[in-house]
Design a protein around this ligand. Structure first.
Ligand SMILES: Cc1cc2nc3c(=O)[nH]c(=O)nc-3n(C[C@H](O)[C@H](O)[C@H](O)COP(=O)(O)OP(=O)(O)OC[C@H]3O[C@@H](n4cnc5c(N)ncnc54)[C@H](O)[C@@H]3O)c2cc1C
Length: 459
């Protein structure tokens, strides 16, 4: 019997999934296939792998509703796919297009021999569609956004899957690797929809005011769901458009528009990786490739472990290490601190984020780091250096976020929470937070560090 493969990669969902729909439309039995690729799984990323395996488990349950099942194989896809094609009379393979350099090369190799159809799904507009008038890619966000928004979008039509016709033959599968339930990010399609619905009902309207407040839940927390495709980006965009029509004030409209802008930033970085794959190896700006970074393992470890003596940095890093997620404002503050205050290579930070983040995505993470370090496309200017104390006072004014993640500072009074090193000795004893014993002194002087980094960048 002839079959087709739905090759699942970053689209772990049944609903609104164009590759699955294309496979079903052939009318042939569908083999839902996921390949555990050692190349992609070799670097430890506990939170992300746990989320992936939990999402696969859930996807399999959803597929079983249609009397079919997920087939797990392990190995290099360039070998696994041809084996499957031979064994099961596969007529075509359908997969969502992926823009990482590794994926592009892998898919091109398979396409030389086999009918692999790549379907656009992880972005709204294909990278070849958003180009300047001379057909070159954009390097600055604002003109990219304008061009992106000017392209007509097809009306979003929810896809209703009523069957995933199963092959008669029972196809064996490896077990899905074990995962632990993570209450912060349950890896189900239902959860993704719940978050999208809750967010677009109300918080989206206040997003402009709340999105930078680290102490509030003002953002959607959809990043792992978009990263692994438990939610379709078209559906997220469509929900935002609907919210825009419902917005009744200018402030509400701005909230929705700002959130849409973030979805476009996501797309900007995916396109960047497609057009400039070298960014995964080096700075986008050639003149920023020769900076003399400091090599201080001690400072790097203090940053990773949330022991820098700057409460806002330490709280964010402990949130990352514990939850596998960090608020966007936090990501910007800790990135600036590593690169500008400690003068440590941004690639160290990029790698640590990829190790810890549940939403770790090569495009967005690389884009975020290059932007923060002032070395990338349309990056923050190198002399823009976040002052960690001012950022803390502005975006966690009551210190609630700091106290949540740094229990050793829970008793520190409001006037010292952002700068505990100013606490007189008697206050330290009273609140049971003795500096250097319970909490470190700052590992760097911000004002001196500022001069040092400006000199290094100028050089
Ligand atoms: C140094 C640094 C590293 C980052 N690494 C990643 C990463 O590995 N994976 C990741 O998904 N995002 C990354 N970001 C972007 C951003 O911080 C997260 O997407 C966001 O915090 C996720 O929270 P949310 O889902 O509540 O976002 P919301 O504010 O609700 O935004 C909605 C969605 O838009 C996308 N988005 C928002 N901001 C950005 C942005 N600046 N760049 C790209 N996409 C964005 C995300 O998919 C997000 O889920 C990074 C930012 C920085 C500064």
């Amino acid at each position: 019997m002839n079959t087709v493969i739905w090759w699942i990669r970053r689209d772990l969902r049944i609903q609104n999934n164009p590759s699955l729909q294309a496979a079903i439309n052939t009318g042939l039995p569908v083999i839902p296939l996921f390949i555990l690729d050692p190349h992609l799984l070799q670097n430890p990323a506990p939170a992300r792998h746990n989320f992936l395996f939990a999402a696969l488990m859930h996807l399999d349950e959803n597929i079983q509703i249609f009397k079919n099942h997920l087939v797990i194989r392990e190995g290099n896809p360039t070998e696994v796919i041809p084996e499957m094609v031979l064994a099961y009379n596969v007529q075509a393979i359908f997969a969502e297009e992926d823009y990482s350099p590794y994926a592009i090369q892998r898919d091109a190799q398979i396409q030389k021999e086999l009918p692999l159809y790549l379907i656009v799904g992880n972005v709204i507009h294909h990278p070849e569609l958003v180009l300047k008038s001379d057909s070159s890619p954009y390097r600055v966000f604002t003109p990219f956004r304008k061009a992106w928004q000017a392209i007509p979008k097809s009306t979003f039509q929810p896809m209703r899957i009523t069957s995933i016709y199963s092959p008669v033959e029972m196809i064996s599968s490896l077990p899905i690797p074990l995962s632990k339930a993570d209450p912060s990010f349950p890896a189900t399609e239902q959860e993704a929809h719940k978050r999208l619905n809750q967010f677009t009902q109300d918080p989206i309207f206040h997003y402009q005011q709340t999105r930078d407040r680290i102490d509030l839940d003002g953002t959607s927390t959809l990043s792992p769901y978009l990263r692994f495709g438990l939610l379709s980006i078209s559906e997220a965009f469509h929900s935002a458009q609907t919210a825009l029509q419902l917005a009744s004030t200018q402030t509400e409209q701005q909230g929705v528009q700002t959130w849409i802008m973030e979805l476009i930033w996501r797309e900007f970085y995916l396109h960047t990786l497609y057009h400039f794959p070298f960014v995964l190896k080096t700075a986008f700006q050639p003149k920023r490739r020769a900076i003399l970074w400091r090599k201080s393992l001690k400072d790097l470890e203090a940053w990773k472990n949330g022991q820098t003596g700057y409460p806002i940095i330490d709280a964010c890093m402990r949130q990352l290490n514990d939850l596998g997620w960090m608020h966007n404002r936090g990501r910007m503050i800790v990135a600036s601190f590593l690169v500008k205050d400690l003068l440590i290579n941004w690639q160290e930070g990029e790698a640590w984020f990829m190790h810890r983040l549940v939403d770790g995505d090569p495009a967005a993470n690389n884009g975020g780091w290059q932007w923060s370090a002032g070395v990338g496309l349309d990056a923050a200017p190198y002399f823009r250096i976040f002052n960690p104390v001012l950022q803390s006072k502005k975006f966690d004014p009551g210190g609630d976020f700091i106290r949540r993640w740094l229990p050793e500072l829970s008793g520190v009074p409001q006037n010292f929470i952002h700068e505990p090193w100013l606490m007189p000795v008697e206050v330290q004893s009273r609140v049971n937070c003795i500096l250097e014993r319970d909490y470190p002194l700052p590992i760097v002087d911000h004002q001196l560090a500022k001069k040092r980094v400006i000199a290094a960048f100028k050089q």
